[in-house]
Every structure is written in structure tokens, then in C-alpha cells.
Design a protein around this ligand. Structure first.
Ligand code: PEP
Ligand code: MN
Length: 344
């Protein structure tokens, strides 16, 4: 159940509704909307609902009370009709300007990371990615530099001013990752690691939650609920390709998911065509399709020398190809009323 306050409701009216919600035995959960506050009541029993709707509808400052039928209450657009914005330093994700997250799959060395950071910044990227803890299919593959990788990322941020996005794989590494990251990435393989989701929720740091390739859109939204329920509303969802019978590409970008998520949820959605394609040749086309479909941003793997990359080289763009992608992205973004950050 959500209580939607009037646009001009006073703080006293909001406080009084909160007090009554608590008195009725529920935990109120406020979504601080830009225009109007929305108060979600979690866990109301069916039998009590009709009576509670009448009770709360009559309180001063309340515009309307609605029942949320989706199982994901906090992520649902019904609980927060306006699209959410997630702010990371100078960057806002979910507004008219697209978020462009770019960088290597893995942090491999100081030189590789810093060179890539400057290259993507000059092409217009406004967020820098790089994995320090890598979820690899094989335990024999490069696992990431760990804390040393985080330190390199922090240096890249200091030199370029770009906020950093990096993955956490295990609750035991969270403290270290939180110390360095501006946005914590939860990778596709961990989308349903519920304990990790809860721990990341408790940090309050912005999160990018990637969709598991075998999970439905509603599973992704339920996973985001775990983070939000801990009080962290700064969640960005990421479509990164799903498993289908097609094997010409690594995964299949579910472009459908973008407008579907936008319909059912207020959370920003970004698209990762690099992992969806698994091949640099398709990355630009798929990125453009995601922008056209309404994505709030793109995440692109870029490497100065993809053939020597320690992970995901075949899908990584060279910096010159990333420049071309950004030029095309500006045109497609303009066609759908969006912009991309300007190149230097
Ligand atoms: C990554 O971003 O490098 C990554 C491992 O992505 P995913 O979790 O989507 O496979
Ligand atoms: Mn990767």
C-alpha cells in the first residue's frame, strides 16, 4: 500500500501520517519524490487493507492511497510515479543526459587503467569502470588485482575526476570496495546473492545491479527490492544480455527489457552491450538500440590494446572505436530527446 501525499503537503502533515502508520503497526518507508512524497507501508494484511485505505485517505495532506499489486513494492513505479534519479558526484543517472560508463573489464595495471581513463574521458564518458574483483568462469583465469586494483582506480579518479564503478563479489570485500567505489556494481552472477544485496543496501552507496542472464525482469526487480529495503534507494538496473538459444553472440541483449522496466519501475536502467555481444563488432549497434529504446545510460568495455587484455578482450572497444560510438550515440540520443556528455 502506498500513501501519495499532496504536492503541497506540509512537513507536519507528513509527520502525522508517518506517526499514524507506525501506530497502525507498520514500518513506513518514504520515497522522497521531487513533487510529492510517497509513503509505502510494507506488509499490510489483506483483510486490513480496505479499512486502512479509507483511514489513511482521510488524513490531511494525503492525495490518494493505492494498493501495489506487484511483489516488488519499493521498486514499483506505483510507489514512486516519477522516475528516480541517482546522483553520483557531478553525474545524475536517469535525467536527460545519458550516463556513459566506460573502461576496461579488469584493472590490469596502473598504466593500462590510467591510459584508458583519459581516453574514455576525452570521448565523453562521465563514469569510469574497471573490475578489481573479477567473477571468472574459470578459476584458472585472471581473478583481478583486488585491493591493489581499487587503489589504481582511486588514482585514476583523482587524475581524471571521473567517479568509479567497480564490482563487489563477496560481503567480505565490501568494506574495501565501499572505501574506493563511487558506485558499487553487483555482477550478473550475484544478482540473487541476497545476503550481498542486503549488505550493499546497508552501505547507502549507489549500486548498479546487473541482470542475471537466466533471470526474468521481475526477478531483477525483486533483487533490487532487497537493496532498497535496507534503506538504499540509489539503485540503477543494468540489462546486459540474457541466455537464449542463439549462439552467434555471447548473450542476447534484451532490448525489450528497457521499456518494460521503465513501465513497471521508477529506477534508472542502463545497458551493457559489451557483455551482451561478446564481440566488439556489435557493441556500437547494440548500444544505439538501447539508447533508442530509452536506456538511461550505457556501459562499455574499452581497452587500449584489446588483444592483450586479461579479460573480455574480444568484446572491448579500442579508444578510437569508442570515439565513433560516442558520435553515433549523440545522434541517436538527440532523436529520442536525450543528450550524451560532450567530448573534450
Ligand atoms: C563485468 O562488468 O565485467 C561483468 C563481469 O559483467 P556481468 O556481471 O554482467 O557478466
Ligand atoms: Mn567484462
Amino acid at each position: 500500500m502506498v500513501i501519495i501525499m499532496q504536492a503541497g503537503a506540509s512537513e507536519a502533515e507528513v509527520d502525522s501520517v508517518l506517526a499514524q502508520v507506525e501506530r497502525a503497526g507498520f514500518r513506513p518507508f518514504i520515497n522522497p519524490g521531487v513533487e510529492r512524497k510517497v509513503i509505502a507501508l510494507l506488509g499490510a494484511m489483506d483483510a486490513e487493507k480496505a479499512e486502512l485505505v479509507d483511514h489513511f485517505s482521510a488524513l490531511p495532506g494525503v492525495e490518494r492511497v493505492t494498493l501495489i499489486s506487484e511483489p516488488y513494492k519499493l521498486a514499483s513505479r506505483r510507489s514512486h510515479p516519477e522516475s528516480s534519479l541517482v546522483t553520483v558526484g557531478p553525474v545524475t543517472i536517469g535525467g536527460a543526459q545519458l550516463a556513459v560508463i566506460a573502461g576496461p573489464c579488469s584493472v590490469e595495471s596502473r598504466d593500462q587503467m590510467i591510459e584508458t581513463a583519459f581516453a574514455v574521458r576525452s570521448a565523453g564518458a562521465n563514469l569510469l569502470r574497471g573490475g578489481a574483483f573479477k567473477p571468472r568462469t574459470s578459476p584458472y583465469s585472471f581473478q583481478g588485482l583486488g585491493v591493489e586494483g581499487l587503489e589504481i582506480l582511486a588514482e585514476a579518479r583523482r587524475l581524471t575526476g571521473l567517479p568509479i564503478v567497480t564490482e563487489v563479489m563477496h560481503p567480505g570485500d565490501l568494506e574495501a570496495v565501499v572505501r574506493y567505489a563511487d558506485i558499487i556494481q553487483i555482477g550478473a552472477r550475484n544478482m540473487q546473492n541476497f545476503r550481498l544485496l542486503q549488505d550493499v543496501g546497508m552501505t547507502g552507496k549507489p549500486v548498479i545491479l546487473k541482470r542475471n542472464p537466466g533471470c526474468r525482469i521481475r526477478d531483477l526487480l525483486m533483487a533490487s527490492e532487497y537493496i532498497m529495503l535496507e534503506g538504499n534507494l540509489n539503485v540503477v538496473l543494468c540489462e546486459r544480455g540474457i541466455t537464449t538459444f542463439e549462439d552467434a553472440t555471447r548473450y542476447t541483449m534484451d532490448v525489450n527489457a528497457i521499456p518494460v522496466i521503465k513501465r513497471f519501475s521508477h529506477l534508472p536502467v542502463v545497458a551493457d552491450p559489451s557483455h551482451a555481444a561478446g564481440d566488439w563488432r556489435y557493441v556500437t549497434s547494440i548500444a544505439l538500440s538501447a539508447i533508442a529504446a530509452g536506456a538511461d545510460g550505457i556501459m562499455i568495455e574499452v581497452h587500449p590494446e584489446p588483444s592483450s587484455a586479461l579479460s573480455d578482450g574480444p568484446q572491448s572497444l579500442r579508444p578510437d572505436k569508442f570515439v565513433e560510438l560516442m558520435r553515433a550515440a549523440a545522434q541517436v540520443a538527440a532523436a529520442v530527446g536525450r543528450t550524451v556528455p560532450a567530448p573534450e
